[in-house]
Design a protein around this ligand. Structure first.
Ligand code: FES
Ligand SMILES: [Fe+2]
Length: 326
């Protein structure tokens, strides 16, 4: 299970103006044409100006420097001031699609369909936000899947203020390109976010799917009642960008009112993580020759690292079980 389409933003963020995005260091520009969204390399072949600084005219993108225009396939359609025949000029184009309120791009030959989350489609209410963190993808993915930090980083938001803990059984399984931890025995968390949104909790699942999907699924006796899907990408060497989608069945009333209360709290939790991750990244750079120490509670990191290195996680062949106090 590997997702070859990478979510690079919310569809609502792309209006009439071109949208610059970066994927593994490759700058792209997305823009809307009558035939749908198109993606080109964000570099004019003439004097290398970023096309995203230009505008969209009749479905073509116009370079802000000398006004060359390119269609959605990257073919040059006009060189203003030229009298006579237009020479051939191209910008590389990329596959892009709009799905479930997100914009996905890929550089893969045979990308299949994009992963839109464990809970999506009709009957689902969803909220989306974008974020950027100064860190690496492995650190951010681990952070989202790490239940132990919530007592400290998110005290009072995702967790109650009381230090009470419960014994929880964690089962870890996986396969090529993915790893998943299932938590059983955890009562509903006592922080504000959980109080607002969750009913009775049966279990929860945290999963990582290569190359950058991190998902938390909180399930009740009758299926998922809250899913957060993070689409992460290493945009630059020190920058991780992500689109987070929060979804719940609309029948359970993740309506506008609750969403309006919930959203700022979720945003707050994301900001708390961003601050600690960025501060830790700066320290890691200052102490670049000293390795970080992992502890027995860092259950997911070895598997995330293995998957990111292109290896099969050990739990694919030997599922693991841990008892922890959460
Ligand atoms: S750099 Fe784009 S038209 Fe000259
Ligand atoms: Fe967190």
């Amino acid at each position: 299970m590997v997702s070859k389409w990478i979510a690079v933003g919310r569809a609502s963020a792309l209006g009439r103006r071109p949208l610059p995005v970066t994927l593994d260091g490759l700058p792209m520009v997305l823009f809307r044409t009558p035939a749908g969204v198109r993606a080109l390399t964000d570099r004019c072949p003439h004097r290398s100006a970023p096309l995203s600084g230009g505008r969209v005219v009749d479905g073509d993108i116009e370079c802000p420097y000398h006004g060359w225009r390119f269609d959605g396939n990257g073919r040059c359609r006009a060189m203003p001031g030229l009298i006579g025949e237009l020479p051939r000029a191209f910008v590389p184009s990329h596959q892009v699609l709009e799905r479930d309120g997100l914009l996905f791009v890929t550089t893969a030959k045979d990308p299949g369909t994009p992963y839109v989350g464990a809970l999506s489609g009709p009957g689902t209410a969803a909220l989306r936000l974008e974020n950027r963190v100064t860190s690496t993808l492995a650190e951010v993915a681990e952070n989202i899947l790490d239940a132990t930090h919530t007592h400290f980083t998110h005290k009072g938001v995702l967790r109650g203020l009381s230090p009470r803990r419960h014994t929880v059984e964690v089962s870890v399984t996986g396969g090529d390109g993915w790893v998943e931890a299932r938590y059983v025995g955890e009562p509903r968390q006592e922080g504000l976010v959980s109080r607002l949104l969750e009913g009775e909790r049966a279990d929860s699942i945290g999963r990582f799917i290569a190359p950058g999907i991190v998902e938390l699924e909180f399930r009740g006796p009758r299926g998922p009642h809250l899913v957060t899907t993070f689409h992460l990408r290493q945009a630059e060497p020190d920058t991780v960008r992500g689109v987070a989608v929060l979804s719940g069945p609309s029948r359970l009333g993740l309506g506008y009112l609750k969403a309006a209360l919930f959203f700022p709290l979720f945003r707050l939790a994301v900001d708390q993580d961003q601050r600690i991750l960025s501060a830790a990244h700066r320290r890691r750079q200052q102490f670049a020759d000293i390795r970080q120490m992992s502890g027995p509670l860092d259950i997911m990191r070895p598997h995330i690292d293995a998957i990111l290195a292109g290896r099969r996680p050990s739990v694919a062949d030997t599922p693991a079980r841990h008892l922890i106090s959460l």
